[in-house]
Design a protein around this ligand. Sequence first.
Ligand SMILES: Cc1cc2nc3c(=O)[nH]c(=O)nc-3n(C[C@H](O)[C@H](O)[C@H](O)COP(=O)(O)OP(=O)(O)OC[C@H]3O[C@@H](n4cnc5c(N)ncnc54)[C@H](O)[C@@H]3O)c2cc1C
Length: 384
Amino acid sequence: MTESEDIRLLRDAVRRFVDQHMPREAARRWDKENIFPREVYAELGKMGVMGLTVPTEYGGQGVDIPATMAVIEELAKRSSAVACPYIMAACYAGMNLVESGSESQKRAFLPKVAKGEFMFAYGLSEPNVGGDLAMVETTARREGNRILVNGTKRWCTGAHIADYVFCLARTGPKEERYKNLTIFLVPPKAQGVTIRPLDHLGIRGVETNDAIFDDVEIGEDAILGGPQMWNQGWRQLAGRALEVEKLELSAVALGLAEAACADAIEYAETRVQFGKPIGAHQAIRHTIAEAKTKTLAMRLMLANAAALVQERKPSALESSMTKLFCCEGAAEVTLACQRVMGAYGLSDLTDMVRYVRDAISLPIVGGSSNMQKNNIANRLKLAE
Ligand SMILES: Cc1cc2nc3c(=O)[nH]c(=O)nc-3n(C[C@H](O)[C@H](O)[C@H](O)COP(=O)(O)OP(=O)(O)OC[C@H]3O[C@@H](n4cnc5c(N)ncnc54)[C@H](O)[C@@H]3O)c2cc1C
């Protein structure tokens, strides 16, 4: 696929960074021990790539969604422990602040995002709430000038390293499904917040947590977009930043599929069975041919959706299609590549196990494949 010269140069720079600062052995350890490599992330920040979602007037490089996706893809090939914090900074914080932040929030936070010194954790899911986010049970109520937040956010990735939890809370009667929801920026170090780590199969390296809020006191300045955005959270959530979230996960999927194909091809060329490299057996040739074909289709889907978002054209349909296709595709491609590598594909001695664990998580997280199919069918106005 042809890419702009700017993105090609950016990819080369990120690949050099990955080779220099993220060797395979280290990345395996971050994954296994669920470690966030803070020093590597700090080095990445110096490259200026977190500023790819930040307008120049706030100290960034100017919003460039295709470039942001290229960075995510290249990082995800090697490690979720660096790709996820990048997403937490550039996308969760950068995109949401640009799209929905008040002017004072933008001035205070976006320059820090651009420097790699600021990130959000997403506090959407809860113990009783997954796909049906409009039913969140975390509440916030006003008492004079104070706002008190109560409830539990589950699977809150990186809450322990984030500057704020981007917290969707109910601020009125739940019968009004999409109304009465507000987004708050809650500091995880505030009094009344407890962060408890959860273990899970894939997308490791940045712990996922329960973030428990017990009468956490915040001010009106903690409302995303300012006090007038009380009860406007759904509108803010369902906007362009959510479309970009689907693309972020698609970029992770693409990175995993590419990495799995590359490792499988290398193995197929060097592993000799029955007198020839296994890559010369037709079954393996076809498996790889199919995997590479699917991966190219993923790349084209992502490029198309990223270009639409960049140009501010309608992209809700395409971003859901891309999330569905890329995340299911990554699971299929990595499982096929794992078989090419036989027993070694099941071993911690290779990276294939990580690709598979991360890839099979993707059709679940960030809006499941079924939710994407519902979105697509709704956008197509199919009968219910
Ligand atoms: C590693 C990891 C990291 C995560 N990080 C975050 C994070 O940082 N912040 C955050 O807020 N959340 C996070 N999540 C949560 C994730 O986004 C949710 O798991 C996801 O939204 C799905 O919700 P659920 O698992 O509760 O599934 P549910 O919504 O309970 O769904 C269960 C099953 O039912 C299906 N289903 C549900 N409703 C329908 C329907 N209407 N039609 C058809 N099928 C349906 C789903 O597709 C799924 O197969 C993370 C999860 C994991 C595992």
